[in-house]
Design a protein around this ligand. Structure first.
Ligand code: SAM
Length: 250
């Protein structure tokens, strides 16, 4: 199991320089043009909150939360290069540590008001472990905002195109075959994990979370004017955001 963990970690170490370069230029188009706005809206008013970011990468979203008035943002990522890069831009109220989000033993119970996971569950062989850990480290009534690849897309079948490359439709197949999917990102071989929507939901509910909202982001007309390459996002869902709460308070 340690070998598998290290293999997955190595993929991100290889990817990190490219990832950091794109993030330092403002981030990739789906984040800038679509996901960031949905994630920030789902987080709501973060002023004065203590926030945990699981799989924070080079800290881009942590810095956004800090800028929005969070009292303290703690980013955890198991790629040392990402954490080094995050620390380069660190301010007074954000902090970063190298660690595995599947076991957050350095964090005490009930430490955070809000936790986020911005496209990290698809990277984890044991995402349930992260869900249980996040539940433990949240305060009562704390929220967990988890953005992930949409299960219809993490199945990994891609677009069916005509010979001239025109996209016809997305193929959905092998949806119930959960497990590893291998593909290239920024020219590097990476591993993702596909699970069905019901597996995600069951894990959240059995950890004790209540589902407050389920968001399928799509592109707004304004964003489409700025980023016309996001037009696919009007056709099929690419991402999903689970808005979860520890406790029953409305
Ligand atoms: C798709 S990137 C997202 C980064 C960041 N959340 C963002 O949106 O820019 C996934 C991140 O998860 C990290 N990661 C993967 N497995 C992890 C693990 N077991 N523990 C902590 N971080 C992990 C990777 O190093 C990578 O930085």
């Amino acid at each position: 199991m340690a070998n598998r963990y290290e293999k997955l970690q190595r993929e991100w170490i290889e990817l990190a320089p490219h990832w950091i370069e794109v993030s330092r230029q403002g981030g990739d188009v789906v984040r800038k043009g679509m996901l960031d706005a949905f994630m920030l809206a789902a987080c709501g008013d973060v002023a004065g909150l203590r926030i945990l970011d699981c799989g924070c990468g080079e800290g881009r979203f942590c810095r956004m939360l800090a800028t929005k008035g969070a009292q303290y943002v703690f980013g955890v990522d198991n790629c040392p290069l990402m954490i080094e890069a995050a620390r380069e831009l660190q301010s007074d109220n954000d902090e970063y540590v190298v660690g595995d989000v599947q076991s957050l033993e350095l964090i005490e119970d009930g430490s955070f008001d809000l936790a986020v996971s911005y496209l990290n569950h698809c990277d984890l062989p044991d995402f349930e472990a992260n869900v249980h850990e996040v539940f433990r480290v949240l305060k009562d009534n704390g929220r967990f905002i988890a953005a992930n690849l949409h299960p219809m897309r993490s199945a990994g079948c891609g677009w069916c195109c005509t010979p001239d490359g025109t996209k016809q439709h997305v193929i959905l197949d092998n949806y119930f075959a959960e497990g590893e999917r291998n593909f290239k990102m920024m020219g590097i071989e990476v591993t993702n994990f596909h699970r069905t929507l019901s597996s995600y939901m069951r894990a959240f509910l059995s950890a004790g979370f209540r589902l407050e909202d389920l968001i399928e982001p799509t592109v707004t007309p304004e964003a489409l004017d700025l980023y016309p390459e996001l037009d696919d996002e009007l056709r099929v869902p690419n991402f999903i955001i689970y808005v979860l709460r520890k406790g029953n308070q409305l």
